[in-house]
Design a protein around this ligand. Structure first.
Ligand SMILES: [Zn+2]
Length: 234
């Protein structure tokens, strides 16, 4: 494929890489995609409500049951895409991920912005104490004060951490090559990050589903297939 050849050439030349990733990277680690048919949202009546700030406040038991049974995969391991992105980021790049599974950190990536937070970053809403996942797996109540524990992820109805936004915009502005991987790029404000790119930055999208956007090179394929090819060179 001509697109892959030019991607490899551009990857060699680039000095400031930015990767924007989504669920399609972690499906190969056994974590379901949010929006695909077999994914997390497929059999839910109102998934956006289940994962909303209102649901956490009004129905904490339902919220806990949903995230506990459907979102936590504590034994999941990073796959080749995570490790390859980590290698490139640690050399000369930045990852901005929508994923909340923490697999990029597990892969050793030192330049990660977890745009929507991390499921394993847990705290008690009453006293603010950090709580280990092993406690949350047993109960959503903090034993010490019966406060409700929650993950530090961005729920529907909540704002992105301002610091994450600032750092993401700065990374976009300095990037000379942007790779969008495993995401249909529909979630706002994540998708809006593209408007902060440097005008001469080249953009590739590696995704199963075609994305229509001006000025992008589309590689419509599975991310794992493409990253196997990248890993042969880098
Ligand atoms: Zn507490």
């Amino acid at each position: 494929m001509a697109e892959i050849k030019s991607l490899l050439t551009d990857l060699k030349r680039a000095q400031h890489l930015v990767f924007l990733t989504g669920a399609g990277v972690s499906t190969h680690s056994g974590i379901p995609d949010y929006r695909s048919k077999a994914g997390l949202y497929a059999d839910q009546v109102d998934p956006e409500y289940l994962l909303s700030h209102d649901n956490l406040v009004d129905h904490p038991e339902a919220f806990y049951r949903f995230v506990q049974t459907r979102m936590y995969y504590p034994d999941a391991k990073p796959n080749l895409i995570h490790t390859e992105i980590a290698k490139l980021c640690n050399q000369r790049g930045q990852l901005i991920t929508q994923n909340v599974d923490g697999l990029d950190l597990k892969a050793g990536n030192q330049h990660v912005i977890e745009f929507h937070g991390n499921l394993y970053d847990l705290y008690c809403q009453k006293c603010g104490q950090q709580i280990p996942y092993t406690d949350y797996a047993k109960s959503d109540r903090h034993q010490a004060d019966q406060g409700i524990i929650r993950p530090r992820i961005v729920l529907y109805g909540e704002q992105i951490e301002p610091e994450h936004l600032t750092r993401s915009v700065a990374a976009m502005q300095s990037a000379d090559l942007i790779l969008i991987v495993g995401t249909s790029f529909r979630v706002y404000p994540f998708a809006q990050l593209l408007q902060y790119r440097n005008s001469h930055a080249k953009i590739y999208v590696i995704n199963n589903e075609k994305i229509d956007a001006p000025g992008i090179e589309m590689i419509q394929d599975d991310a794992l297939t493409i990253f196997k090819k990248i890993s042969e060179v880098f």
